[in-house]
Design a protein around this ligand. Structure first.
Ligand code: TXA
Ligand code: MG
Length: 315
């Protein structure tokens, strides 16, 4: 079983020796390996049962390290890094040859970000290499926002979980890619689209056909085991009358078997922070079906709606 602890030097030593370690970030916990060590990265795919066609995000601890993984910076990249790093923004950029094909699934681009969690930053700054890390959950399941979430699901597959407390953002990073001369939104996340557009101007929606088959874009992902339905809660409660319905609501209560309000003040950042823990709780509760309302499609509401929609995806 994994040890949960906060021994930074122990985590660093394991990573140097080619082992995997679960690490906290401000978004969700990651399952990390030396990005330049293919055998170590292979263990990440194995532990998650992740298909090798789904590329990983490379995490760096300082700006200068970008040049070790990225070949060239397109217009706007510096401004984005100035504005949002360290923080929940991932950029997909032309890769350096040194980055193993396994990390990028053979693409000529690499996803890179500098996380804002103090422990993750300190760890990255102690290490001589960047860390490739996807979210630390079995492939397709809800991402972990506490060390215990990681232990619950991957405890027998990872030697050490670095405990950095509950994640403060709670949804994964926003992913932007530079493609055909423009910035595209590959995944809504912890940095609001509005904030990004105030720095670089208009961002295009993802163009599906130029992208790999990326599970972050699959219809069913981030999914609990129980059925999830998103939409008008009173109507869904009528549809599932007689069942133990768990409701995930934004601001106010609904009369159901169980109802979790994500933010009484209507704060989308607070709602995002609680989303995955509530989905997990509901999944392990006696509820038989999970129902969620749609959140305002603005700020972090875009990321929340995206995760809920995929949690509800066809299976
Ligand atoms: O907040 C986060 O981004 C967390 C923390 C741990 O940093 N990480 C995370 O990783 O969410 P993961 O693997 O669960 O999601 C990364 C997504 C995948 O859907 C993958 O397809 C996409 O990033 N991605 C990675 N490299 C890419 C590339 N070169 N082109 C397009 N998409 C890429
Ligand atoms: Mg993931």
């Amino acid at each position: 079983m994994a040890t949960i602890g906060s021994a930074l030097t122990h985590a660093a030593q394991l990573l140097r020796n080619g082992h995997i370690v679960a690490i906290p970030t401000e978004t969700v916990y990651g399952l990390a390996a030396n990005a330049f060590n293919e055998a170590a990265v292979l263990q990440v795919f194995a532990a998650k049962q992740r298909p090798s066609f789904d590329p990983l995000i490379v995490h760096i601890g300082q700006r200068a390290d970008i040049h070790r993984v990225v070949k060239e910076l397109p217009p706007g990249a510096e401004a984005l890094m100035d504005a949002f790093w360290p923080g929940p923004l991932t950029l997909v950029l032309p890769k350096q040859a040194l980055v193993p094909d396994l990390v990028t699934s053979g693409l000529d681009t690499v996803a890179v970000r500098m996380p804002a969690h103090p422990l993750a930053l300190e760890l990255l700054r102690q290490l001589e290499f960047p860390l490739a890390a996807p979210s630390a959950n079995p492939f397709g399941y809800v991402s972990p926002t506490t060390a215990q979430h990681v232990a619950d699901q991957l405890g027998d597959r990872v030697p050490y979980i670095l405990n950095g407390g509950p994640c403060t953002v709670g949804v994964e990073s926003t992913i932007l890619g530079w493609d055909v001369g423009r910035w595209h939104l590959y995944r809504p996340g912890g940095i609001a689209l509005e904030a990004i557009e105030s720095v670089i101007g208009r961002v295009e929606p993802a163009v599906k056909q130029v992208l790999p088959v990326a599970p972050g874009m699959l219809e069913s992902h981030y999914a609990p085991r129980k059925p999830v339905h998103v939409g008008n809660v009173p109507a869904l409660l009528r549809r599932f009358a007689g069942q133990a319905v768990g409701v995930i609501a934004f601001r106010s209560d609904h009369p159901a078997h169980r109802c979790e309000v994500l933010s009484e003040n209507g704060d989308l950042a607070e709602a995002a922070r609680h989303l995955f823990a509530v989905l997990r709780d509901m999944d392990s509760s006696d509820c038989t079906v999970i129902v969620a309302e749609e959140f305002p499609q603005e700020g972090l509401g875009r990321a929340i709606n995206d995760r809920l929609r995929r949690a509800a995806g066809a299976r």
